[in-house]
Unconditional design. Structure first.
Length: 234
């Protein structure tokens, strides 16, 4: 298998981005975008297709098993995880890689997703007392616990921008989990934050549903958390 890895590069936020293409060949049909990036960076001298010496490609990765969400990026125009995207499934010979567009770019494919944590801090989305989880709420808590906090949902969302008050599904999912476990008094406080951070900004386009790498039941979770936070029904 032969692929041209076309990468949108920049060394800092201030630098103008530019495209650089690298050749990657492998006999491994299971090779992923992450496989290609790791192999390119392991070369003694990294050359692009024009024969120019290139610096190592900056990107983020950790588990490489679709568990952490660190390797989120835009692949052929779609937000995906590099570790979960097989090259054989990408029919084009040229594979275009870009950083997530909704977050500040640090360098190359590496972005600053600190806004995900900041939104939860602003919403005071944490438990102040021991969790209380009733049987009728455990499925909601479990579904919410599968979120990777990768940011792909925010990349696809037409309503989210990093500077705005709307936290997107990356805020909704952990807040839904807390709503299912918080004791009564704190649940009321969380419900108020939920209305401001999630409900008030969501246009219900559900573009997030198609790109979630964990396959979270966004529709069901959104419906149940809305019912809990707005109408106090489970």
């Amino acid at each position: 298998m032969r692929k041209q890895m076309r990468i949108l590069r920049r060394r800092s936020t201030e630098q103008e981005p530019y495209w650089q293409t690298f050749l990657f060949e492998t006999a491994d049909e299971e090779a992923t975008v992450a496989t290609a990036l790791r192999e390119l960076n392991e070369r003694e001298t990294l050359l692009d297709v024009a024969g120019n010496v290139a610096e190592a490609i900056r990107w983020e990765n950790s588990c490489l098993q679709k568990k952490c969400g660190a390797c989120a990026m835009v692949i052929n125009g779609m937000p995906k995880l590099a570790c979960a995207t097989r090259l054989a499934e990408l029919k084009r010979e040229v594979v275009s890689l870009e950083p997530l567009r909704k977050f500040p770019v640090v360098a190359d494919l590496l972005v600053d997703r600190g806004v995900l944590m900041q939104n939860l801090k602003d919403a005071q989305a944490w438990l102040e007392h021991d969790a209380v989880l009733e049987d009728r709420r455990w499925s909601m808590a479990y579904e919410a616990s599968r979120c990777l906090q990768c940011g792909l949902c925010l990349e696809a969302c037409p309503n989210f921008c990093a500077e705005g008050p709307f936290g997107g599904m990356a805020a909704m999912v952990p807040m839904a989990r807390l709503l299912s476990q918080a004791p009564g008094e704190q649940r009321a406080q969380l419900a108020t934050s939920y209305r401001d951070v999630v409900f008030g900004g969501c246009g219900k386009s559900l573009a997030c549903r198609a790109v979630c790498p964990a396959g979270i039941d966004i529709d069901g979770l959104l419906a149940r958390s809305n019912a809990a936070a707005l109408w106090h029904r489970w």
